[in-house]
Design a protein around this ligand. Structure first.
Ligand SMILES: [Fe+2]
Ligand SMILES: [Fe+2]
Length: 196
């Protein structure tokens, strides 16, 4: 089994234990689709590194101390996984940097692979159900900030930013119209759906 398949299996086994089906069903496959698409546009990037980042970046959402940033916790888990599987020591830091910088907060993506993944992760939020779930639970302020951060981070690749501009405008419009319905929040989802 190649290392990407192993990482996917490892990630899915952790999600399975946590019964968090949101990521299993939507976020990670969506992030994978975007990662593949952007890698097609940037053939100079190491696709294996990007795909390993897809499957390892959020592994700690489901385990460990939730007070620590999941990018930090995922980096630690990714390192353990990659070392255990004797991954190429030259490429290992490239994956870890992608995992650690995927939120583009305290650590910014510096390599092309990390930029591809940060872009793919944000783009995947814009074509996923996460924003809709935020609307359904009345988290409009959080959604507004998240949408802006995601749209900012897809700009690592201007063609992706351009491609997603109509989608960005549509989400803004939908959120405004949904909010105007004044639906009463009755059920909160189990997960906070704070994927980024
Ligand atoms: Fe994340
Ligand atoms: Fe993510």
């Amino acid at each position: 089994m190649n290392i990407v398949k192993k990482a996917k299996k490892y990630c899915l086994s952790i999600i399975d234990e946590s019964d968090d089906i949101f990521s299993l069903v939507t976020h990670l496959p969506e992030a994978e689709k975007w990662a593949e698409k952007i890698c097609d546009l940037r053939p100079e990037a190491d696709r294996e590194v990007v795909l390993l980042t897809v499957w390892l970046h959020d592994v700690s959402h489901y385990v460990g101390d939730r007070d620590t940033d999941h990018a930090v916790r995922s980096e630690k888990m990714a390192k353990e996984f990659l070392e255990k599987n004797q991954y190429d020591p030259k490429k290992l830091p490239m994956v870890l940097h992608g995992v650690r910088s995927h939120r583009n907060r305290d650590v910014a993506p510096e390599t092309i692979e990390a930029k591809i993944f940060a872009c793919a992760d944000s783009a995947s939020h814009m074509t996923d159900i996460a924003y809709l779930l935020m609307m359904q639970t009345g988290r409009f302020e959080y959604l507004a900030g998240k949408l802006e951060r995601d749209f900012r981070d897809v700009n690592f690749f201007p063609e992706i930013h351009k491609m997603l501009s109509p989608v960005y405008r549509s989400w803004k419009e939908l959120a405004k119209n949904y909010k105007a319905l004044h639906l009463i929040e009755k059920v909160k989802p189990k997960s906070e759906f704070g994927f980024n």
